[in-house]
Design a protein around this ligand. Structure first.
Ligand code: UTP
Length: 453
């Protein structure tokens, strides 16, 4: 784009301040800056699209725990066959900045206080390794980074031997970024000639999958389902035949795992039906009265919270990609550090992000799959307090205590437990692998990979 066309476009979008003083930039820096300014879709920053949410609100179809128990054999047989036929990949989003955790390194590099000293990346990678060994297939592990986490993440995997996974099995790809804006919607700088940008949200993985060629590769390889996880939930399963089985049997373009809310005011996004489409509605968009609305059967409509775990059909993602689909941006007010008046200053501005769950209303068939929250959800968001490394390791320890108790072991309340995914990644696997080496556990207890197996 020539300089005049760019200047015109920026002016049209009230961004002409970005060209002030560029003549003092060194020529390479100036060219890079202008290229970036020309690449950005300024119109989407101003005219934020909305997902379709017109129509009456009702309950989504959710396979609750009772239905899953009734259909367990059917669901797991079909899911297991899909894993064994190499039709399933795992996608982990790890491009976030982890600002609440306060670590400058990617969140996945963080060591959360497990006995083993494992990082979050190691925990997640070993789940994929354990799954791959179990089903006899190198399950593709797609790892989405962002420019803020890419180099460190790749190096971390490399120096750690990809945690035992084959190097080719781990497919890194980086998401895009979007400019952060001040309160008057003007793009901010982080330094002269450099825009202040943030990763474009976990939804950035849709476009990044397409752009990086990874979606085309999945299609070519005959992968049909993508199990989507977030790096910061240390208990999220990847070996989940019931999930994949439900997606396959129900011909669902997306399965969203949901958990029964602890109380109507719990701060989560909700899976509901609006008109004919499933959508996620954030708690921030609801009044206390709305969260208590019931359907004709007397169940709360806003009953199911979303812990951000999905199974996406590759055909669905491909259909959207073929139509040039783009996820909308959402803005949220954030304290930002920007270059203002010749120095770095803290300003309040807008961070723009895409949300992966905005794909849900595009699906022809979408279902929810209820989960046992204590078994699958242990997020690491904050350094201390709720959703911190301490609460996540505690939840993990409680889960492993459950497994041991199911095997007839007595577990003292003070016991702090860790079980490597390479020993067992699910309760059923644990019960099958457990060699009765002890009948009583107290204090620190760690089960590593069973190398004899
Ligand atoms: P969060 O929304 O919790 O953000 O991400 P975060 O970056 O981890 O933490 P804060 O808000 O800055 O404290 C949920 C998941 O989505 C990923 C994160 O890596 C995490 O797995 N994510 C988030 C991305 O991959 N890209 C993004 O742009 C944002």
């Amino acid at each position: 784009m020539d300089h005049f066309a760019l200047a015109d476009r920026l002016t049209k979008h009230h961004q002409s301040h970005l060209l002030v003083g560029i003549e003092s930039l060194e020529s390479g820096a100036q060219a890079a800056y202008l290229t970036r300014l020309a690449e950005i879709d300024w119109s989407e920053l101003h005219h934020q699209l909305s997902v379709h949410t017109a129509g009456a609100v009702g309950s989504s179809r959710v396979l609750d725990l009772a239905e899953q128990t009734r259909r367990q054999t059917e669901l797991t047989t079909v899911g297991e066959a899909a894993y064994r036929a190499g039709k399933v990949a795992v996608l982990m989003v790890a491009g976030g900045q982890g600002t609440r955790l306060g670590s400058s390194a990617p969140k996945g590099c963080f060591t959360i206080g497990l006995h083993s000293g494992k990082s979050i990346y190691q925990v997640q990678a070993e789940k994929v390794l354990s799954l791959s060994r179990r089903v006899g297939k190198a399950v593709p592990f797609l790892v989405m980074t962002s420019p803020m986490t890419d180099t460190e993440t790749r190096e971390f995997f490399a120096v750690n031997g990809h945690f035992g996974l084959a190097k080719e099995q781990v497919r890194f790809f980086s998401q895009g970024t979007v400019p952060s804006l001040d309160q008057h919607d003007r793009a901010l700088l982080k330094a002269p000639g450099q825009l202040l940008e943030n990763p474009d949200g976990h939804g950035g993985c849709f476009t990044a999958l397409v752009k990086s060629g990874n979606l085309a590769r999945l299609r070519q390889e005959g992968i049909e389902q993508v199990v989507f996880i977030q790096v910061d939930n240390i208990l999220v399963p990847v070996d989940d035949p019931a999930l994949v089985g439900a997606a396959t049997i129900e011909k669902a373009e997306v399965v969203t795992k949901v958990l029964e809310k602890a109380h109507p005011d719990e701060k989560v996004g909700h899976l509901v039906k609006v008109g004919n489409h499933d959508v996620i509605i954030e708690y921030t968009e609801l009044t206390p009265e709305q969260t208590r609305t019931k359907n004709e059967q007397g169940d709360l409509i806003y009953r199911w919270g979303s812990p951000a775990m999905h199974c996406w059909s590759v055909a669905f993602l491909a259909r959207l990609a073929d139509h040039g689909y783009k996820l909308p941006l959402h803005r949220s007010k954030k304290p930002l550090k920007a270059w203002v008046d010749g120095r770095i200053q803290e300003v309040t501005g807008w961070k723009n992000e895409r949300f992966i769950f905005d794909l849900i209303p595009e699906a022809k068939v979408s279902i929810g799959l209820a989960i046992d929250r204590d078994a699958e959800f242990a997020p690491v968001k904050n350094a201390t307090g709720a959703d911190s490394p301490a609460t996540a390791t505690d939840l993990a320890s409680r889960l492993y205590a459950r497994w041991l108790k199911a095997a007839g072991v007595t577990v003292e309340p003070t016991a702090r437990l860790e079980i490597s995914p390479l020993f067992a990644a699910t309760e059923a696997q644990f019960l099958a692998a457990w060699d009765k080496r002890t009948t009583h556990v107290s204090g620190d207890f760690y089960l590593e990979e069973d190398r004899k197996a």
